[in-house]
Design a protein around this ligand. Sequence first.
Ligand code: B12
Ligand code: SF4
Length: 453
Amino acid sequence: MSRILLVSSNTTIDPFPVYPLGMAVVASALASAGHTVDQFDFLMEGESEDVFRNRIKGFEPDFVCMSLRNLDNCDSLTATAYPVVAKRLVELVREVWAVPVIVGGPAFSILPEELLAFTGADYGIVGEGERLVCELIQELSQGRTSPRILRNQGLISGQDMISPLYSADMVSYYVEQSGMINLQSKRGCAHGCIYCSYPSLEGKRYRLREPGAVVDDMERAKQEHGVDTFFFTDAVFNDDGGHYLQVVEEILRRDSAFRWACYVRPEGIGRNEVSLMKRAGMYAAELGTDAACDRTLRGIGKGFKFADALEVNRIFVAERVPCAHFVMFGGPGETLETIEEGLANLELLENTVVFAFTGLRILPDTPLHTLAIQEGVLAKDAPLHEPAFYHSPQVDRAVMDAMISNSFQGRRDRFFPPETSHRVRTVMSRFGYKGLLWDSIIRFPKIPVLPST
Ligand code: B12
Ligand code: SF4
């Protein structure tokens, strides 16, 4: 059996520091296979290179497994590239310890060849890592060779998804920094929004964890680490098949007092569902509204209409659960006319927060990538590890930015450009607020607004 040092290279603190769940799941798989594991979080260790060197020397690993979460911040106005941190960490391993470095994680899985070359790691695993990392380490430990990049042949079933191995120190750090840790109740997304990498990262079909196993994880985290606040990292929490309601009912059945937030697709969810979720502890939801009018929603393949988002917003307000909408301007089909229509639509969204972005991050193997090449927005062989964005050729970017800024001016519940939300967060953090933070901005009307249906 081997000694394995797992490393989280994610140092992003915007919108808040996020518990490295992928690393915790991979650590759990390796520990279950009998290996001795240690988890190192570069962010939590103050990004100290010395601490990292000493940890490697102290632990004497046979393998280093490094997680790469983010490529960039997806903001076309302040784009920052993150894999440079992982590259530096690989260099530091090389300086002090001669062992294979294996990389994985969402950022790596989106651009495996580029990031393996860029970071200088030895091996990389595309997609979910639990099974392949154990197989790779077994092969290498027995002196056998392996391809440098490994891909899953099939995805693991919901029942085989294991619980994360939360580290006590890291839970304390993330609860202190952001008031929550995270958990997954299923993988996959059955929708096909043209810019989105989630279906290729997690699969196009939902793979559902047993609701009891999900709530067991929450209870264990509470008992072992005293944490009661979670973010469900599922691409879409409210799946059409209603698995999410089983999870919610299981939480209610156990009468456990948890607080949790999740991503909601603003369609197919009614007041009864939101009410049930609230009773089970949902304290906020992030809505993947994504575009602001029907033409641009169609342009990115959302499959719902703005009226659906409006209705779901009314339901959340009626239930007095804070929700926030994230919308992108400048996507396929955007014109000055659709921007005007979209901004007018956003004004209809009351008692909520809206975060606007301009430009859509182009990720490989997405229909948006193909479209961008067809429309001449991106060169065919343009590298994608540096932030690349789709901007509708029918819109002048400066005009679009000015229109959004003017429309949001003077409102504390509308954020554009995205860095304004960062500034507000920084100030709020100084005053001791932590967590999603946008949820504390929302004020509900005294008399609840009833949804129209
Ligand atoms: C939930 C989520 C969020 C939530 C997180 C809330 C929370 N408290 O956890 C919020 C909304 C806060 C968020 C914010 C951001 N996010 Co986000 N987020 C996600 C999402 C949907 C799930 C991530 C997750 O936890 N998955 C569950 C874990 C178990 O899976 P995993 O990490 O992928 O790990 C598996 C594999 O990758 C692999 N693996 C992981 N590590 C390792 C290591 C090794 C060695 C190996 C072998 C394998 C391996 O095995 C694991 C188990 O199978 C993903 C999209 C997706 N579907 O993956 C985007 C995603 C990770 N986010 C992304 C981005 C960009 C961001 C932001 C920068 C956006 C922004 N500007 O605000 C911020 C950064 C936040 C931060 N501090 O890092 C991108 C990253 C890639 C990219 N394009 O750069 C993704 C992929 C979405 C996308 N656009 O494509 N995010
Ligand atoms: S944007 Fe949301 S709903 Fe659309 S494919 Fe991605 S995860 Fe699924």
